[in-house]
Ligand binder design. Structure first.
Ligand code: MN
Ligand code: MN
Length: 489
């Protein structure tokens, strides 16, 4: 026995006499769970799906996801941490970082050293970023030069309407928020592709090479600046710079200190004749981020353990950077809570709180796609409409890079979800040695806390438009709500 927590768990197990299962009892089901839904449940699901789609359409970048999250939880009574000198059970608090990463919490009755329940997801998504020196003219067309962000199939992003969002920061500390492509009457942007008639060379290349990253420049304008001198060079580029100056009050060198992101233009839509799915950009991982945040805001009464939702940036590029999970933001936030609950508590109290915590790493997983049966691992892959999927380990090639949750933790979660009537499934990301992936789970496991991945199954993950079933979106929320408000066992 390594620690008190494990000892308790073993003693509990020993006290429970084993009981033989009846025939069929405890059989694993991985099937559609929507069939038996009540009318009230269907209405609740549809309402949830519509609210979520509204959030998703606004939260197209990590900055926008953050701002919209803060706006929503402030309406539900959460206040920024620095406004609290001390904290007491029931207090609703948020703490932000760089306008991108968000920590939100409802303080529980038990001391923080007993651990917190965390739902942690991310709000960045694969996209096309503009380079630091982005505006260039080639062959009479002005382009935004780009560098893609996260794991994309490059051919998905050409000949597809794009919107540009972000922030341009001036030297004097002021800035301009950019948002072009989704408001009524806005223009959109596009990356061009070769027509099939001349695309024979392209078509014979492997798909990963059909579109070169450095050819993914976005068309910005095709007409010269009307005010330019007759023999001036790069008059189309000058036109782009003039329009940016007029609209945002910025010069070309201000773009060096900008974060501009091209994302698919358009709002989330119902998908399918039965309207069972939502097609939208950035389900990964805003579907889990939204579910966690809403579950936290909807918590009934004061939870036993402090409930936390953490929404990170930079997951799609390895959780690096100050606003990624591999920074000290989370532990600093826990330390800020500890000192406000007990000013005399030292560093050891923070370490105890971290180690005794439990976390659902709230990230999406791949749903089995019958069109691509090769990726499935003989029934271990999540299927749509069976609820969020718990993934014990991620990683690739022999679980490499996985945090691999322990069985005891998973067993306790089964109890939490089953007693709350949550439809959920267990599985893995895909067939052995076919590929793999990672989430923020391993960064949290570093503190010694129990962590397991659990999120919404998606089709088309990392494509400009991803698909999630409304049922799975709603059940993800129900699962997180059950976990955050879980009674102590
Ligand atoms: Mn993700
Ligand atoms: Mn992802």
């Amino acid at each position: 026995m390594r620690n008190a927590k494990e000892k308790n768990m073993m003693q509990k197990t020993d006290k429970t006499a084993p009981r033989a299962a009846k025939a069929g009892e405890g059989a694993i089901k991985r099937e559609d769970r929507t069939a038996g839904m009540s009318k009230a449940d269907r209405a609740a699901m549809e309402k949830y799906a519509a609210d979520y789609a509204g959030y998703l359409g606004i939260a197209k970048t990590e900055r926008r996801a953050y701002a919209e999250a803060v706006r929503r939880i402030e309406k539900r009574g959460f206040r920024e941490l620095s406004t609290f000198k001390t904290l007491k059970p029931g207090d609703k608090v948020w703490r932000g970082f760089h306008g991108k990463t968000l920590f939100a919490t409802v303080i529980g009755r038990r001391p923080l050293e007993a651990g917190v329940n965390v739902v942690g997801g991310h709000t960045d998504a694969p996209r096309i970023d503009l380079k630091p020196v982005p505006v260039a003219e080639k062959g009479g067309i002005a382009y935004f030069d780009t560098h893609y962000y996260g794991g994309i199939k490059k051919f998905h992003w050409v000949a597809h309407p794009l919107a540009i969002y972000g922030r341009i920061c001036r030297k004097d500390g002021t800035g301009a928020d950019v948002s072009i492509g989704d408001a009524a009457g806005d223009p959109v942007f596009m990356i061009s592709d070769i027509l099939p008639h001349f695309g024979k060379d392209q078509a014979s290349k492997p798909m990963s090479e059909g579109i070169a990253a450095e050819n993914m420049d976005i068309l910005a304008a095709t007409t010269p600046d009307p005010g330019a001198d007759g023999d001036a060079k790069d008059k189309v580029k000058a036109h782009v710079l003039r329009l940016l100056a007029e609209k945002y009050g910025v010069a070309e060198d201000d773009l060096v200190s900008a974060e501009l992101e091209a994302v698919p233009a358009g709002m989330p839509r119902d998908c399918g004749l039965d309207r069972s799915m939502i097609a939208g950009y950035g389900h990964d991982d805003r579907v889990c981020a939204y579910a966690g945040l809403k579950a936290l805001a909807d918590l009934d009464g004061v939870p036993a353990r402090t409930a936390v939702v953490l929404l990170c940036d930079k997951e799609e590029i390895g959780s690096v950077g100050a606003s990624g999970m591999d920074s000290t933001f989370f532990e600093n936030s826990i330390a800020e809570l500890v000192v406000r609950r007990n000013p005399k508590a030292g560093d050891i109290a923070v370490r105890r709180a971290l180690e005794a915590s439990r976390m659902l790493s709230a990230d999406v997983c791949a749903a089995a796609d019958p069109m691509f049966p090769d990726a499935d691992s003989t029934g271990n892959m999540a299927r749509m409409n069976a609820g969020p999927c718990m993934i014990k380990y991620t990683g690739a090639g022999g679980k490499s890079g996985a945090s691999d949750a322990r069985a005891e933790f998973i067993a306790s979660l089964r109890g939490v979800f089953d007693s709350a009537g949550v439809a959920w499934q267990a599985g893995e990301l895909g067939r052995c040695e076919k590929g793999g992936g990672g989430t923020i789970a391993k960064f949290m496991a570093r503190y010694g806390m129990d962590v397991v991945d659990m999120g919404t199954p998606l089709l088309n993950m990392h494509a400009p438009w991803e698909l999630a079933s409304k049922f799975d979106c709603w059940m993800t929320y129900r699962a997180y709500a059950a976990f955050l408000g879980a009674k102590e066992r």
